[in-house]
Design a protein around this ligand. Structure first.
Ligand code: ZN
Length: 60
């Protein structure tokens, strides 16, 4: 199944609606990062991620 990324929070999911913020997801995204510990991750801070998981670096 093709993975999608949330247009609001960049969370990668296979759903049409984001499981975190309920925003629509897009199939047009680039790269991804796995956030294990949002509290200490610089990338998580930069992308404003507060919940651990897999996130797209850029969503169109
Ligand atoms: Zn979202």
């Amino acid at each position: 199944m093709k993975e999608k990324a949330c247009k609001e929070c960049s969370k990668v999911t296979t759903m049409d609606i984001c499981t975190i913020c309920k925003a629509p997801t897009s199939t047009d995204w680039i790269g991804y990062v796995s956030i294990v510990d949002p509290e200490t991750s610089e990338i998580a801070k930069r992308l404003n991620i507060k919940i651990k998981g897999k996130y797209a670096l850029r969503v169109k």
